[in-house]
Design a protein around this ligand. Structure first.
Ligand SMILES: [Zn+2]
Length: 238
């Protein structure tokens, strides 16, 4: 089987197991699986992980594939809107598993809300108590964020987002403003509340699932209606 053809089926395998694939595509996938040993192997491995994530170590083969950032983002995005078939616990396990893989490439990331230097009363409850919440590491962005890093938690069902960043430079003239990038516009997400280099923002806004990217820009104090400086993508769901 040509690698190009297999690539096309890679995400469909995850969708099929999550119950998100239309029946005609599912049939096409099954036809391919009948003929292709390596995709069959991949399917079996994903099935094990998605059904029993707690007890399954991904093989080096799958691990290597998931280091491909495009694939990782696509799978994260699918896990944001899983079918009811899959238990919330499995979704959380897979999210952590994928997060662990991105951590390999990140610069000393925070791994969970438990490590935040923030009083637990300040952390929104959806971050701590809802297994459907997915966390995304804010990666170093080729140095464009300086040494800043952090985590964004997203809950597509509750339309809630919480952003935590650390190592932000203090800036007397500017605020850090968060943008929710949708297909036709960039919506204002709000300003990071920065204290001693730590920034936090909680927001609840309709239709979080339509958001394609979450970005950050430096804006004059008080924020802007639209980004006035180049915004830096923190999380890309596309
Ligand atoms: Zn194949």
């Amino acid at each position: 089987m040509s690698p190009k053809e297999c690539k096309q089926f890679e995400l469909e395998i995850v969708d099929d197991i999550l119950g998100n694939l239309p029946s005609n595509s599912s049939r096409a996938l099954q036809n391919h699986l009948d003929r292709c040993r390596s995709c069959r192997k991949l399917y079996g491995e994903w099935l094990k992980i998605l059904n029993d994530g707690m007890n399954v170590e991904p093989s080096a083969f799958l691990y290597k594939r998931l280091k491909n950032s495009f694939l990782r983002l696509q799978i994260r995005r699918r896990l944001l809107c899983p079918a009811t078939l899959l238990s919330a616990v499995s979704v959380a396990v897979i999210a952590v598993f994928i997060l662990a893989i991105s951590a390999i490439q990140s610069n000393k990331p925070l791994e969970s809300w438990k490590q935040l230097p923030v009083a637990s009363e300040e952390i929104p409850s959806f971050v701590m108590n809802d297994a459907k919440t997915v966390q995304y590491l804010i990666e170093p962005q080729n140095g464009r964020l300086g040494s800043a890093n952090g985590i964004i938690w997203v809950n597509g069902q509750r339309d809630e987002v919480y952003c935590y960043m650390q190592n932000l430079e203090n800036n007397a003239e500017h605020d850090y403003q968060i943008w929710l990038v949708k297909p036709v516009k960039k919506e204002n997400g709000g300003l990071l509340r920065v204290i001693d280099g730590h920034g936090q923002l909680y927001l609840q806004q309709r239709n979080i699932r339509e958001v394609e990217q979450i970005s950050l820009s430096l804006e004059p104090k008080g924020g802007s209606l639209y980004p006035t400086s180049e915004d830096i993508v923190l999380v890309d769901f596309k």
